[in-house]
Write a protein that binds this ligand. Structure first.
Ligand SMILES: Cc1ncc(C[n+]2csc(CCOP(=O)(O)OP(=O)(O)O)c2C)c(N)n1
Length: 397
């Protein structure tokens, strides 16, 4: 094999992993890397003029594609500018792979201009932060970074690629990164017990977050909600987890004040939490949020978030799509005719309450239409008209 240096090898590694875009804002130490890019026209570099923007644009792309997404940033000042955006990417479980430049491992001791403890800076805002110390492990560590970012619960990683390492010959073979499958499902016995609780519930409630969308579980979630006749609330969500026009969808519990979300959280006798943590509010009530004696079931690939703040009766570290699909089948098998009728009555009642609330809100909006400058509902209505005129179609993923 012809000898190639690290900067060519990492680009070939990215191509082997199906990467099409690199977002970034480079500096002098990334110049060799940028020169190498010229050899790979299939990799497109999206330049932004500030690092926060590079990370945020990449974050959007990463969440939309759910694929490991590369952002390239300059050493200490560049990483410094990225911190806030990386924090948001971490909270949003975005599979970002931040590749950071640095003058070189051999210059570390000099503490020269723009030197800093890059790994320590990135650590609190990433899932993993590391520095490549030897050309012999350049691709191994890059693949590990990609794997960590893209394995659910996904999240941003930082990998520092010092310039002198990128200038060294690399003999490691390029091969696609192995991303483990997380399509896992709980034991049927445990899931059957949970299905029984839910079937018997008088007031089942569902609380969801982006774990639903990341697992592609929108259909299964909706099916379970309809079978149960349960209100569906989003606790911590930015993705499309359920159709917002569905009669059972009730909106978000809120992210500011616990006293506002508490009545909703305390309403159910059996609570199904999926793909979110409870509770994301900034000013949460520190006491338990669910009704005393109620049951709580949490399904999530993110084990850290299960029972993070409040106890659960059962937590499943499993894939929402597969688990909800199996739960729906079990419910169909075990629900009695009486339970089905009660659930159907709840669907009708929840839907009509929602429709009445929406009508009342529309009347309220009309009264305020011209009374308040830039009233939001007026803005959205005008915006919808423009979209219609421009024939803009919002594609549902
Ligand atoms: C925060 C940060 N990001 C990136 C760099 C790398 N860098 C050094 S000079 C430069 C271009 C600056 O362009 P401009 O602000 O127009 O100033 P000019 O030097 O062209 O006058 C960049 C991106 C840096 N030093 N600091």
């Amino acid at each position: 094999m012809a000898e190639k240096t690290g900067r060519f090898a990492i680009l070939e590694q990215l191509l082997a992993d199906g990467v099409e875009y690199i977002f970034g804002n480079p500096g002098t130490v990334e110049q060799g890397f940028l020169d190498a890019l010229g050899n790979y026209p299939d990799l497109k570099y999206i330049l932004t003029l500030q690092e926060t923007v590079a990370v945020m644009v990449a974050d959007g792309y990463a969440r939309a594609t759910k694929k490991p997404t590369i952002v390239q940033i300059h050493s200490t000042p560049g990483l410094g500018n990225s911190i806030g955006a990386l924090y948001q990417a971490k909270r949003g479980h975005s599979p970002l792979v931040v590749i950071g430049g640095d003058s070189g491992a051999k210059y570390q001791g000099m503490d020269a201009q723009m030197a800093g403890d890059l790994v320590a800076m990135a650590e609190p805002v990433t899932k993993w932060s590391t520095y490549v110390v030897d050309p012999g492990s350049l691709l191994r560590v890059l693949r590990r970074a990609i794997k960590i970012a893209a394995t659910p619960p996904m999240g941003p990683v930082y990998i520092c690629l010092p310039q002198d390492i990128l200038d060294c010959p690399v003999v490691e073979p390029v091969r696609p990164t192995s991303i483990p499958s997380t399509r896992t499902i709980p034991e049927d016995e445990a899931l059957t017990e949970v299905a029984q609780w839910l079937a018997e519930a008088q007031q089942p409630m569902i609380f969801i977050g982006d774990g639903v969308a990341y697992s592609g579980a929108q259909v299964e979630l909706t099916q379970v909600a309809e079978l149960l006749g349960a209100e569906v609330w989003e606790a911590d969500a930015g993705e499309l987890n359920v159709s917002q026009s569905h009669p059972l969808y009730q909106g978000a519990t809120g992210h500011m004040f616990g006293f506002q979300s508490r009545p909703t959280l305390a309403k159910g006798d059996v609570n199904l939490v999926c793909g979110t943590y409870i509770v994301p509010e900034v000013f949460p009530d520190l006491e338990d949020v669910f009704a005393p004696g109620s049951k709580v079931v949490h399904i999530d690939l993110n084990g850290y978030e299960i029972a993070k703040n409040h106890p659960v009766d059962v937590g499943f570290v499993s894939d929402p799509k597969m688990t909800l699909a199996r739960l729906a089948t079990l419910l169909e098998e075990i629900m009695t005719a009486e339970q089905r009728a009660a659930a159907q009555a709840r669907v009708t009642q929840i839907g009509s309450t929602k429709a009445t609330k929406i009508e009342a809100a529309k009347v309220q909006d009309l009264t305020l239409k011209d009374a308040v400058p830039l009233y939001f509902a007026t803005f959205m209505s005008e915006f919808a008209n423009i979209c219609r005129r421009m024939q803009l179609f919002l594609m549902r993923r």
